[in-house]
Design a protein around this ligand. Structure first.
Ligand code: 5GP
Length: 105
């Protein structure tokens, strides 16, 4: 079954898309916990960080570069946090890896 993020990527569910490139999409979190709360999501469906494979190295690096670009585009430079939750025992609610980008700016 597709994850909710795959459904968003495939436009089966609406979301506020902030940025998109071939392998990654950035959306606004539906339940923001700070003034800016974005999710940087690889289009490849990977359940958790523990499921990463060697072949995912470039994809994960790309997520950080997308975070940097989006933060810069939004004027958040020097004032944001990036984090991943890993597994349900540590707050991961959607089993499709995603990086949170939060800022009070
Ligand atoms: P997690 O707890 O898995 O690290 O984070 C999942 C995040 O996805 C949560 O912050 C939650 O608010 C967000 N989220 C869950 N479902 C949707 C959705 O349908 N659309 C959007 N934009 N965000 C969602």
């Amino acid at each position: 079954m597709s994850s909710i993020f795959t459904k968003i990527i495939n436009r089966e569910i609406p979301s506020e898309i902030v940025y998109e490139e071939d392998n990654i999409i950035v959306i606004k979190d539906i339940n923001p916990r700070s003034k800016t709360h974005l999710l940087i999501i690889p289009k490849k469906e990977i359940e958790t960080i523990d499921d990463l494979e060697e072949s995912d190295r470039n994809l994960i690096a790309d997520m950080f570069f997308v975070a940097k670009k989006v933060a810069s585009d939004l004027g958040l430079t020097n004032a944001y946090q990036l984090h991943f939750n890993v597994w349900k025992e540590w707050h991961q609610e959607v089993m499709h890896i995603h990086m949170h980008l939060t800022s009070d700016k």
